[in-house]
Design a protein around this ligand. Structure first.
Ligand code: PNW
Length: 457
């Protein structure tokens, strides 16, 4: 019975929103001067994407953005989190600005503002211009500099209407899944290169924070990290150590420099023999750890970590992803259609854990949280309503300074290496026609948002 689920009362000014990302919804990959990105290339690699698909058409939001804005308006959200595609703005990553690309976002932002929907703009949601990958991608420091220059171009154009900027989405995924695990673009399986990519992403974040503040003094700037509590799968000491290694790689490699200005203890030891970390330079941590206006948290699940033999015993040949940990399933924990454990309490742990470890923690937005279904049809999605309600309740209980919640996603869309099978949307998309149909969860949220009463009123 979905009628019994509700959304918690939140403080006045709490931002309710929905999220998407450029490559997952826009399509039109060769239109109006857009340059190729690493995802266009990666999708052509045989076996890279489960159903052999790509973002070539996706939800066709490049043409149907008006429909998307109407859906947001109908839902009654305060804000929309979307991303700007770097290769639309700068087809080769730097140099000449592609005017039609910028104009697309200009129109979108205007339409949102007209409806009173606040834009939260992610500057990098994984679509690196291919031309930059061809000269090293995130393995090289130049890419960080180019990123800040690109951000400046975007802010100069949209900064009169966009006040909330997210530099990077999930640098863990860009670096470790893209350059170490090889499941995402550019599909590399490296040790040193992946750790360099992670560091250069963070340098790019730091340079961009500085650049945005320079062009737009009132800008509110943050970063979005995917955080998953890593808990031991069993009672053995080896599993506890495995969970600790997972936490270092997945969470603390990013939280500690960004929020605490230093890499975590044990990090060098974890990667001894894999990389000499020679890409680090004096001054980097001060840049990376500069104060932020907010932290974006993407939460989907907890990791149950079990000790496992290293796939490659020789550290010099190991990918940075190979840390001797296997992700286990836990009996009795329900899972989504993707096999992801459903543990709303993990969001509580994530938020309270941050508050406990970082005294100067900035305000937090949950910038993504959601559940996928593999069933095709629109209509009833009671598991999504329950998922949202339970995660919101856990977030509200945490007591941290939480300023907003964005559901992932507004629309069914291109789910990266999994293709179009998993559907995360509040709104069903019929890919052959592009037709959008709101699900029961959309109607449920719309109705709850319309009746919301802030705490204290
Ligand atoms: C997040 N993985 O990503 C992203 O920010 C979204 O673009 C995505 O659609 C959403 O979560 C749902 O998955 C991830 O395979 C996607 O390791 C895939 C992985 C990790 C994060």
């Amino acid at each position: 019975m979905t009628g019994s689920y509700d959304i918690p009362a939140m403080p006045d000014g709490f931002v309710w929103g929905a999220a998407t990302a450029a490559y997952q919804i826009e399509g039109a990959v060769a239109e109006d001067g857009r340059g190729p990105s690493i995802w266009d290339t990666f999708c052509r690699r045989p076996g890279a994407v489960a159903d052999g698909s790509s973002g070539e058409v996706a939800c066709d939001s490049y043409h149907r953005w008006c429909d998307d804005v109407d859906l947001l308006d109908g839902l009654g959200v305060d804000a929309y989190r979307f991303s700007v595609a770097w290769p639309r703005v700068l087809p080769t990553g730097h140099g000449t600005v592609n005017k039609p690309g910028l104009e697309y976002y200009d129109r979108l932002v205007d339409a949102l503002c007209e409806k009173g929907i606040r834009p939260f703009v992610t500057l990098y949601h994984w679509d690196l211009p291919q031309a930059l990958e061809d000269v090293g991608g995130w393995r090289v420091r130049d890419t960080a500099e180019h990123f800040a220059d690109y951000a400046t171009v975007v802010a100069e154009r949209l900064g009169d209407r966009v006040h909330d900027w997210i530099t990077l989405n999930e640098p863990y995924v860009s670096s470790m899944v893209g350059y170490a695990e090889g499941r995402h673009a550019p599909g590399a399986t490296e040790g040193h290169g992946a750790l360099a990519a992670a560091h250069h992403l963070l340098v790019g974040h730091g340079l961009t924070v500085r650049a945005l503040r320079a062009v737009q003094p009132g800008a509110r700037v943050g970063i979005t990290l995917n955080l998953s509590p890593a808990v031991p799968a069993g009672d053995a000491e080896a599993d506890r150590a495995a969970a600790d290694r997972m936490d270092l790689m997945l969470n603390r490699q990013f939280t500690d420099p960004v929020l605490g200005g230093s890499y975590p203890d044990g990090f060098e030891r974890l990667y001894a023999g894999v990389s000499d970390l020679s890409f680090r330079r004096d001054g980097d941590l001060a840049l990376i750890g500069a104060p932020l206006d907010f932290l974006g948290v993407n939460y989907y699940y907890r990791i149950h970590a079990a000790d496992a033999p290293y796939e490659q015993p020789d550290p010099a040949l190991r990918s940075a992803f190979d840390i001797g940990v296997r992700s286990a399933t836990r009996a009795g924990v329900p899972v989504t259609d993707l096999g992801w454990p459903i543990e709303p309490h993990g969001l509580y742990e994530t938020l309270t854990g941050l508050a406990g470890r970082f005294p100067g923690l900035p305000p937090i937005y949950v910038t993504e949280n959601g559940v996928a279904q593999l069933r095709e049809e629109p209509g009833a999605d009671p598991e999504r309503i329950r998922f949202i309600a339970e995660h919101l309740a856990a977030a509200a209980r945490s007591g941290v300074d939480l300023r907003g919640y964005f559901y992932w996603s507004l629309l069914d869309n291109f789910e990266w290496a999994r293709g179009y099978g998993p559907r995360f949307g509040l709104v069903h998309v019929d890919y052959p026609t592009g037709e959008r149909t709101p699900r029961a969860s959309y109607h449920w949220l719309r109705e709850r948002l319309a009746r919301r009463t802030p705490i204290g009123s």
